[in-house]
Design a binder for this molecule. Structure first.
Ligand code: BGC
Length: 743
């Protein structure tokens, strides 16, 4: 009787609350939902509260039956707050119904998924998108991903990944925006805006999750999940800003990282999850762990058992437990034993309920379950066109000797060779969500569609990996019969991404040998690289006349590459990550410090290697075009400013070639003398402009306090008087300079 009465009151409360939930986010919406959340929490049992802090992966087999019986029971009893890896209107509806029809308080489930670079229409891998330096296009890519994902019942994406990394051995560089803090921050904002849209109250917005907090990209020696030890200066200067930019852009959830940082695993770090994230940055959403991270505190060796690891995490400020089930097992006991104050749990529950409210789930738990949307808003022509546009923009032209590219579409016979030339699966890369690789366009298909009347000869030549050269003769033969060869080389999709670190970054297997054999035919060769990280491709660079970096470009990869190969699109991408000459140079990045003994060729006792130069193969920001651009000298409107003034720097860029083209104009700053050593240069702005042949455009940058501030010797963030060098150019190594001083 008592239970029934309680149930009645609870349902009534929720009904009242639901009816009052507004459709659109209003400035005072968050104030209004506060009391409603409080009233729900006051009705919850401890077990139900802990349920809200519990996230499990989906657990049904293909017939729709639960694999773990207790999982079904957990949902029915309100012991699960969120589920991931479940999508599709029918499936998510089934789970939501199970919850709503059985659980006492009927708090809607939250459905999450790794929607990283598209949901069904797969866009280029994030590192590739970063190479576009096109923030509008990146935002649009995330928007389309959100539309598709929400059309399939999803509420929450585990993206954007904001981990800066200067170590291409780490396979997860494919998921990020590269090595640079400024570029990474702008891209993080664009992705959050794209996912979360105008208002979370709309039915096509996905809640973003900033990951992996923090400094996961610095894992030792590029080995995944490895330890991180770095100065607070480096952490704050280089690694934290992109996460903060994403939080400032409104991201409502943050994921802890697997690594430890200076001796404390992120999932147990109060310094990260509370002091920095909430107290310094004012983050008001919830923190979720990465996959089983609370359990992993045992392996890190900072907790002896389930109770201890759960206690560390909840005290650090971690709200939701992904998959370890430790909160579910331990929190109630910790409360009983007075090791954890229930208030701490209440706070975590409130943060999670708030996100559910903002999504409108209390209003209508099925508002993301529309069969019409699922039928009509997936892989539409419009989305595919946008994906192809994004893919073309993500391609970087690394070399183009004697303007071999674009190839003449009137060539009679073209050989398409290489282990990736006819691959569909690899095109959608790792973390390809619900993408169906069989719908993607291989390079071979793209070329055939573009040139229906040309003779296209294809053979694989070799596998991505392994020693087999049996197809070499065949490859050489078709190369000899052709007017040009397009050679698709690189990594398989699974060679980058999570748990995919490599210590050698050369082309795997016998691919370079294949390239050597094809090159020896004397035919014009274009190398089309497909890979998820910078590679050490010295031989290709020295020998092959034209090289295109195409990463993994998504569903429309083959069409996009064909557009670039045959001149329907002029490449404009720029590398978001340095390409090293060899693995021994790693970490190598453009914004290193000078050292007390800067490199001098004739002086042995300066900073260098005996066996390789300090220079990378291709610097950060590098990328060619079919046209050429000239840069005027840099002009400044002022050569001496005070702290609150700014300098306007300008250059005139002219398209001096024959093709219309886009150029990414890059602004770098160098602080000559400071209280601490400073990077030799730092990216502080960029603009992507389109110029017709012969056309010029003046590009202006305003350099103010934001660009000039850094962590001074006392770790106070601010400016110091001194001399600054302004560098503007086409990549980080090719710039023109002007100087000013800060009084
Ligand atoms: C990855 C996360 C991902 C999570 C859920 C983890 O292994 O590190 O990036 O969001 O799995 O799939």
């Amino acid at each position: 009787m008592k239970t029934r009465l309680l149930f009645f009151i609870a349902s009534l409360m929720i009904l009242i609350i639901s009816c009052q939930t507004e459709k659109k986010k209003t400035p005072d919406k968050e104030d209004k939902i506060g009391p409603r959340i409080d009233s729900i929490v006051s009705l919850m049992t401890l077990e139900e509260k802990i349920g809200q802090l519990t996230l499990y992966t989906s657990d049904m087999d293909q017939t729709g039956a639960f694999i773990r019986k207790e999982y079904e029971e957990d949902i029915k009893q309100g012991r699960v707050g969120a589920i991931f890896n479940a999508y599709g209107v029918a499936y998510t509806r089934k789970l939501q119904e199970l919850n709503l029809q059985n659980s006492r308080l009927k708090i809607p489930l939250l459905f999450g998924y790794d929607v990283i670079h598209g949901h069904r229409t797969i866009f280029p891998v994030p590192l590739a998108e970063a190479a576009s330096w096109d923030l509008d296009a990146i935002e649009k890519s995330a928007r389309i991903a959100a539309i598709e994902a929400t059309a399939e019942g999803l509420h929450w994406t585990f993206a954007p990944m904001c981990d800066i990394s200067v170590d291409p051995r780490w396979g997860r560089v494919v998921e990020g925006a590269g090595e640079d803090t400024y570029l990474g921050s702008r891209i993080a904002e664009a992705r959050v805006k794209g996912f979360q849209g105008q208002s979370l109250g709309d039915d096509n917005t996905l809640v973003a999750c900033v990951k992996h907090f923090a400094a996961y990209g610095a894992s030792q020696a590029g080995r995944d999940y490895h330890t991180v030890d770095m100065s607070e200066r480096k952490l704050r200067e280089v690694y934290l800003p992109p996460y903060k930019a994403a939080v400032d852009a409104g991201a409502l959830t943050v994921m802890t990282s697997f690594n430890d940082l200076n001796g404390v695993p992120a999932t147990a770090s109060k310094f990260l999850m509370t002091d920095i994230l909430r107290e310094e940055w004012g983050f008001e959403g919830f923190v979720v762990t990465d996959y089983t991270s609370i359990m992993e505190l045992l392996h890190h060796g900072v907790a002896a058992d389930t109770l201890e690891s759960s206690s560390l995490s909840i005290h650090a400020g971690v709200d939701m437990d992904m998959q370890s089930g430790f909160y579910q097992t331990a929190l109630a006991r910790l409360v009983e034993n007075k090791k954890v104050d229930e208030q701490l749990i209440n706070t975590a529950v409130k943060r999670i309920l708030k996100v559910k409210f903002l999504l409108g789930l209390f209003d209508d738990p099925f508002r993301y379950c529309s069969p019409e949307r699922e039928a009509n808003e997936i892989m539409t022509t419009e989305f595919l066109v946008s994906a192809q546009d994004m893919a073309r923009k993500s391609i970087v032209l690394l070399k183009n000797e004697n303007q071999l590219l674009p190839l003449d579409p009137k060539l009679k016979t073209i050989a398409v060779i290489g282990p990736l030339a006819d691959s569909k699966r690899d095109m959608i890369g790792s973390w390809s969500a619900a993408g169906d690789w069989s719908k993607s366009v291989s390079l071979l298909d793209g070329i055939k569609t573009k040139l229906p009347y040309t003779t296209i000869l294809y053979t694989k030549g070799c596998d991505v990996d392994g020693e087999n050269k049996d197809d070499f003769m065949n490859a050489i033969e078709i190369a000899r019969k052709s007017d040009a060869v397009v050679l698709a080389l690189g990594e398989a999709f699974w060679m980058s991404g999570e748990a995919a670190s490599r210590t050698m970054l050369d082309l795997p297997g016998v691919q370079q040998k294949l390239a050597e054999a094809i090159f020896a035919t004397g035919k014009p060769v274009v190398a089309v690289l497909m890979n998820g990280r910078p590679l050490t491709i010295n031989w290709l660079d020295e020998n092959v006349p034209a090289i295109l970096e195409t990463w993994f470009l998504g569903t429309t990869a083959g069409d996009a590459i064909a557009d670039v190969l045959f001149g329907d699109y002029n490449p404009s991408g720029k590398l978001p990550m340095t390409f090293p000459k060899n693995v021994g140079q790693i970490p190598i990045h453009y914004n290193m410090r000078n050292t007390g003994r800067p490199f001098k060729a004739q002086d042995k006792y300066t900073s260098k290697y005996l066996d390789v130069s300090n220079e990378p193969l291709y610097p950060f920001g590098y990328g060619l075009s079919y046209t050429s651009f000239s840069y005027s000298e840099v002009e400044l409107n002022n050569t001496s400013i005070s702290e609150n003034e700014s300098v306007e720097a300008s250059v005139v860029i002219t398209n001096t070639g024959k093709y219309a083209g886009e150029e990414v104009v890059q602004l770098y700053l160098s602080d000559k003398v400071a209280s601490v050593t400073r990077p030799v240069k730092e990216l502080k702005g960029f603009k992507k402009i389109m110029l017709q042949p012969g056309e010029s455009q003046k590009v202006m940058f305003s350099i103010g306090k934001d660009a000039l501030s850094f962590y001074k010797e006392d770790m106070i963030y601010g400016v110091e008087a001194g001399n600054l060098e302004v560098m503007i150019g086409t990549n980080s190594a090719q710039t023109k300079s002007a100087f000013f001083s800060l009084k």
